[in-house]
Design a protein around this ligand. Sequence first.
Ligand code: KIV
Ligand code: ZN
Length: 516
Amino acid sequence: MTQKDKLVIFDTTLRDGEQSPGASMTRDEKVRIAKMLEKMHVDVIEAGFAIASQGDFESVRAVAEVIKDSTVCSLARAIKGDIERAGEAIKPANSGRIHTFIATSPIHMKYKLQMEPPKVLEQAVAAIKLARQFTDDVEFSLEDASRSEFDFMCRIIESVIDAGARTINLPDTVGYGEPGEYGFLFRRLIEAIPNSDKAIFSTHCHNDLGLAVANSLSAVMHGARQVECTINGLGERAGNAALEEIVMAVKTRKDLMPVETCIDISHIVPTSRLVSSITGFPVQPNKAIVGANAFAHESGIHQDGILKHRETYEIMRAEDVGWNTNKLVLGKHSGRAAVKARFEALGISFVDNDALNAAFVKFKDLADKKHEIFDEDLQALVSDTQAHSLVDVYELGEMEVVCKTGQSPRAKVEVKIRGKSVSADAIGSGPVDATFKAIESLVNSHSHLQLYSVNAITQGTDSLGDVTVRLEHDGQIVNGVGADTDIVTASAKAYLHALNLLSAHAAKAHPQHDGI
Ligand code: KIV
Ligand code: ZN
C-alpha cells in the first residue's frame, strides 16, 4: 500500500459559518461546538475574527483557553491592528495560528481595496512578518484567488512564504471555480513557485454553484493538503464545503485519494445536530451524510437488495458516522452520578454543582414525561438549561393554551419581567401564534420574527421538541432556543430566550438600557 499524505482539516464553522445571516453564536455556544470539534480530532479550529467585535475576541480567547488538542486560529485582515488583536486572542492556546488575508483579484484590488498590486504585496509581507512575532503558525489567504491573475499570485505567494507563511490558502471566495480549473490552479502554482515546498496549500470553497466539495476534492487531487470547511456546509451565502462530505469522500474513495484524515467519524452526526440546534439552521432531510434520509431506503428494490447484501446500495455505514448511536442510556430511576457520567461522555461538563443540579432537575422532569432518554435528549436539555441561565430579563411563568375545533386558539401567558409577574391573553391562527401574540402584548419588543423552526430531537411523539426562534430588532439578529416535550411551551421559551438575547445586546450597546 502506498503511504498517504495527511489532509489537514481546518474547520471554520465558528468563523465563516457564523457569517451566515442569523447564525450568530454566543461565546459559550462556540466553546461547546469547539469541544465537539476537538473530540472529532479536527486539526485546526478557526474560532472567529478577533478584531470584529469584543464578543468575537472573547470567543476566540475562550476557545483558545479550553482547547488542548486542536490548533486554535483567529482570522485577521493584513492590517496591524487586526493581527495584534488576533495574536492577543490566541495567546492562551497550546497551539495557536493567525490566519491573515488580503484580496488579490483585479476587481477586488481596484474597487474594494483601491490599491495597486505592488502595495498589496508589500502589505501582505508586512502582515506575515508581524504575525510571526506572535506565532510560528501563520496562514495567508489570497482572497478571491480563483479570479486572481496567475503571475501576481506566484509573486505574492513566493514572497509571503519567504516572510514566514506556513499555509497558503486559495479561497474560491465567490464560489466561481469549476473543479477542473480550480484543481489545476493548485498544480500550476505548486510547480511554478520555487519555495512552494515550504508551505501547505489549502482550499477554501464557497458553494454558490453547488461545487464547493467537488472543487475542494479536485484541489486535493492536485496537491492541496488542507481543506477549509464547515459542519453542515454552514457559511456565507450558499455556504462552505461541508466537513462531513469531504471527510467521508476521502474515506469512502480511499482507492483514489492520495490523502487520509485523522477525523473520528463517529462524532459527525452528533456534531451536525449540535450546530443545527445552536444556529437554528435545520439540516435538509436529503443532505449527504447528516440528513435524516441520508441512509433511509424507501424503494422496495433497494430494501430487498440491502437485506440480501448491505453493500448493494450502501457505500457507507450509518452507524460509523454516528447514526443510531442514540442508545437508551438513562431512565427515571437513574441517579445523579449516572446522569453526570453520561453528560461527561457527551463532552458536557458543568461549571459547578448548581449547574449540574439544574440539569439533573430537568432530566428528572423529562424522565417523568418520557421514559426513554437518549443522548440527543441530554444535549437538548443542556442547550435549554444554558439558554435559560442568562441573567434573564424575561422569564416564562404559567401558560394555558386552548385549541378547540372551529374556534381560534387562545393562549394565556404569564411572563416575569425582572421578577415582576404580568400576564395577557391573545388569540391567533394557531396555538404558537396566539402564544407569541400574548408575549408581544406584554413586552412590546417590536422585533420581527424571521424564522420559526421545530425539530423533534428523537423519534416518537413523546420526544423533546427543539424550537428555534430568530428575531430581528434594529438590525440585530438573534436565535432563541427552547426545548420541551410540549412544543408550544418550547416555542414560548425560545421566544423569550430570543428577547433576552436582544435585551443583552441592547444592554451592552447602551449600559443604561432597560429591556429591548
Ligand atoms: O471566502 C473567503 O475568501 C474567506 C477568506 C477570509 C479566507 O473566508
Ligand atoms: Zn469564506
